[in-house]
Design a protein around this ligand. Structure first.
Ligand code: FAD
Ligand code: FES
Length: 367
């Protein structure tokens, strides 16, 4: 009986999969959607050849929506408001949209195929996002798995961004990937440098983009990126600031602290850097220098797995248990977090338990 049920399920799934594949192939080979119009904010109209995703057609017309996963439907960054012409909501969009999003017509632009005239609404700030070409002028090892890349802007000549924002690097097709990919990287350098940016990148084994950056990209080569993106930047208040970020999550925090130092900020700041052992620490001297430059800044590295050879005298364990020692008034504390989704969830839980208001917690998740 069980064998019969399993066989039936397999046969039905096989037939369904085959029919779905036929539909995709037929769509690719025979569908011709002709010329379609993308109307933007009721002001601008683009004439495009139908059949591609809304995200890619906007990109072709130099309108760059955020897309940290490069259009694979896994980041949820490419949301935009659709007024008409997008067809029904797709199952691939649902995990990223809540009830309020759906009611407001928010859709994932990488999942919508333009098959007819479509009307959308996007923030005016998106028109400021540019495509840049840069030369890789320096690649430095910061740890065994983290490198810093310096990119000198070639075209257009300067970039304006807020400390904490990120860019999307575009890697070309290479032997490990037939397709060009886009990935998000936070700018680690100060926003006062308009002629170059620096990125701090951790190698992800078998990762398409990081393998290219670590093993194929050489000093002197050119690379394209779009940006700046994101709303992870310093709020202009008098609140105390708590920064929490480990690994390459240090990138936007470094940019923010350099900006605060250059602008003689007198705000109270603490940066808690979580790492496994001493070999994961980097830029220690730079942050000790910032402690001297800023009137009220404390840098606190915390090691979760210090080895005996480490001879570590500092804090041990995870970061959240140390919050009471460094947060003097939770209600007047702004928190800036950066790193993996798991780390961010754990830190937010710890902050909320202590009474830091949720609307004062800002983060970029390296999802
Ligand atoms: C807003 C934003 C800013 C970011 N800024 C930075 C930054 O400054 N520095 C930085 O190093 N990264 C940053 N990231 C992460 C970066 O965009 C890529 O996801 C990461 O470099 C992996 O890309 P890849 O193409 O090499 O791996 P993929 O080919 O995309 O992934 C390969 C495999 O590794 C897994 N994976 C993907 N990312 C990670 C990860 N970070 N850790 C462990 N496993 C992973 C995937 O699930 C997949 O199974 C940021 C992400 C976002 C969304
Ligand atoms: S670009 Fe990532 S979900 Fe659309």
């Amino acid at each position: 009986m069980i064998i019969l049920i399993v066989n039936t399920v397999l046969i039905v799934s096989g037939i369904t999969g085959f029919l779905a594949l036929l539909l995709v192939i037929a769509d690719l080979l025979f569908a011709n959607y002709g010329e379609c119009t993308i109307s933007i904010n009721g002001k601008k109209e683009l004439k495009v050849k139908g059949g591609s995703s809304l995200l890619s057609l906007l990109n072709e017309n130099k309108i760059f929506l955020a897309s940290a996963c490069g259009g694979r439907g896994t980041c949820g960054f490419c949301k935009c408001e659709v007024i008409s012409g997008a067809g029904p909501l797709l199952p691939t969009e649902k995990p990223f949209l809540n009830a309020a999003d759906i009611a407001a017509g928010i859709r994932l632009s990488c999942q919508i195929k333009v098959k007819e005239d479509i009307a959308i609404k996007i923030p005016e700030s998106i028109f400021n996002i540019r495509k840049f070409t840069a030369e890789v002028t320096d690649i430095v090892d910061l740890t065994y798995d983290i490198k810093e890349f310096t990119l000198k802007i070639i075209k257009p000549e300067v970039i304006n961004f807020k400390a904490g924002q990120y860019v999307q690097l575009q890697t070309p097709p290479y032997e490990k990937s037939r397709q060009s990919v886009n990935r998000a990287y936070s700018i680690s350098s100060s926003s006062s440098r308009e002629d170059q940016i620096q990125l701090i990148i951790r190698y992800v084994p078998d990762g398409v983009c990081t393998t290219y950056l670590f093993q194929y990209l050489k000093q002197g080569a050119q690379i394209n990126f779009t940006g700046p993106f994101g709303d992870f930047y310093i709020r202009d208040t008098d609140n105390d600031m708590l920064f929490v970020a480990g690994g390459s999550g240090k990138a936007p925090i470094k940019s923010m602290l350099e900006y605060l130092s250059e602008n003689n900020s007198t705000r109270r700041m603490v940066y808690m850097f979580g790492a496994r052992s001493r070999k994961d620490l980097y830029y220690t001297e730079l942050f000790e220098k910032l402690e001297k430059e800023l009137p009220d800044f404390t840098y606190v590295p915390v090691l979760s797995q210090p080895t005996e050879e480490c001879e570590w005298q500092g804090k041990c364990g995870y970061v959240p248990p140390f919050f009471p020692e460094y947060i003097r008034d939770p209600q007047k504390t702004e928190a800036y977090l950066c790193g993996s989704p798991g780390m961010i969830a754990a830190v937010i839980k710890g902050l909320k338990e202590l009474g830091v208001p949720e609307d004062k917690i800002y983060y970029d998740s390296f999802a």
